[in-house]
Design a protein around this ligand. Structure first.
Ligand code: SF4
Ligand code: SF4
Length: 432
């Protein structure tokens, strides 16, 4: 149980008690503190959700043939070298594949996919996926036909767009996202916005693909003012969708991906205020995340239903390369420990590279468990600690503003039996 100190409008600090596993807010006597009867976010009938699967290194997760989300890794090559790229350490581990492999992948797919009509989403991934355009030309039309009910998407750095590529992606009805950090792009290296030739094709893509087009930013130590990032994109593209891929994780202990705790406290404080004043909510992704934070409290969502943050522990989600190798996720190569099986031997696929949040004492006791869902499931050691810290302060902003929206009181501190890496047991933590 976590004690939350909430400041009311009279300057009084009122404690509430929060159970992160039942999402219930209680008073000192253990009674439900708020009556949400009639609240607009209250589900009339509780949504039926499956219990998570507690995947661990010695308790591998399985995959099922009834895939609902298919992530196809075309290759991990990229024409950019972003400082904090999580794929950088994996590039040499990707299995090389050719356009011919794309054709063979298609001719083999009926042997392992169970229910094509149930496919909900197909994502084409790089590296930089447009480096593999010839493979995409082979794959996309056939996959569209194969999975008529699926949505298709691609995330690119935007530097290789051409008029023909944009027209073709539009004809295939793809959602397209450009991964770009706006004012913080400099730490990623080149900026396609500064190249008139490349920028013209980004303008063309926006014009042709909007509203199925977004800019996706990562929040980093160099750039985490959400409102300023939205302003930056809106100056170029009024009305555009600025999405956020969340807060950066540390994969190579690179300085560009590690916040100091002081930076994180300031970031969490600034984001909280921008969520309240609405400037951050101009991003649909931010608005949706806040709505989910409030929904979790109103509906007292059980942690039993929480799969991992990215969902790659879900049996129906599959990351595969064109050789048919199955990986932990789309960001890792198959020529290493992240190869978890092959589609030709589907029943032997074993997700044994990862640890579900329920297996980490830190997550079990964490106030933002419902919003974070354990960060990256395959990370460990110092990298996981850095990522956990970033996720904690990022998600704390959403918890604080969700509480403010529901109680009218401002979270000023919390305490409890919390074993997060940087928080000592029973220490009271002040938040701004
Ligand atoms: S913030 Fe850290 S401890 Fe909390 S749920 Fe996320 S990864 Fe786990
Ligand atoms: S396991 Fe999930 S969070 Fe970790 S790198 Fe892969 S997709 Fe991202």
């Amino acid at each position: 149980m976590i004690r939350l100190d909430l400041l009311d409008r009279d300057g009084e600090v009122v404690p509430l008690f929060y159970d992160q596993h039942t999402s219930r807010l209680m008073d000192q006597n253990g009674w439900r503190a708020i009556d949400f009867t009639g609240h607009q976010l209250l589900e009339s009938a509780p949504t039926e959700r499956r219990k998570f699967i507690a995947v661990d290194y010695d308790q591998p997760g399985k995959k099922v043939r009834e895939v609902t989300k298919l992530k196809i890794q075309l290759g991990l090559g990229c024409n950019y070298s972003c400082a904090y790229c999580l794929q950088a350490a994996q590039i040499h581990k990707a299995a090389a594949s050719s356009t011919r492999d794309a054709s063979e992948f298609l001719s083999n797919i009926d042997n392992w996919i169970g229910a094509p009509e149930g496919m909900e989403k197909v994502e084409l991934w790089g590296g930089e996926p447009l480096l593999y355009w010839k493979k995409i030309e082979v794959l996309a039309p056939a996959l569209k036909e194969k999975f008529p009910n699926a949505r298709f998407s691609i995330i690119t750095n935007g530097s290789l767009l051409t008029r023909e590529i944009v027209d073709q992606l539009k004809a295939w009805d793809f959602s397209v996202s450009i991964s770009h950090d706006g004012p913080g792009q400099h730490i990623r290296g080149d900026d396609p916005f500064e190249d008139p030739h490349k920028f013209a094709f980004i303008q063309y893509a926006f014009k042709q693909l909007h509203p199925r087009f977004s800019f996706n930013s990562v929040l980093t130590p160099a750039s985490h003012d959400v409102s300023a990032i939205i302003d930056w994109f809106q100056d170029y593209f009024p009305g555009c969708n600025v999405a956020f891929e969340g807060v950066v994780h540390s994969y190579a202990a690179d300085a560009s991906s590690i916040f100091t705790i002081e930076q994180l406290e300031q970031f969490s404080d600034m984001l909280s205020r921008q969520l309240v004043d609405g400037s951050a909510l101009r991003s649909p992704a931010m608005a949706d995340k806040l709505r989910r934070a409030m929904t979790s409290l109103v509906n007292e969502r059980s942690s039993d239903t929480l799969f991992q943050k990215c969902g790659m522990d879900t049996p129906e989600y599959l990351a595969v390369d064109l050789k048919g190798n199955v990986m932990t996720c789309q960001n890792v190569g198959a020529n290493g420990n992240h190869k978890i099986g092959h589609v030709d031997d589907f029943e032997s696929i074993a997700l044994n590279t990862s640890r579900h949040w329920s297996k980490r004492a830190e997550c079990q006791s964490c106030p933002v468990l419902q919003l974070c869902q354990g960060a990256c499931m395959y990370q460990g050691g110092d990298n996981w600690t850095h990522s956990c810290n970033a996720e904690f302060y990022y998600n704390l902003a959403f918890l604080r503003v969700a509480l403010y929206g529901l109680t009218g009181r401002w979270l000023t501190g919390f305490s409890g039996d919390i074993v997060r890496p940087t928080l000592k047991k029973d220490r009271h933590v002040q938040v701004r």
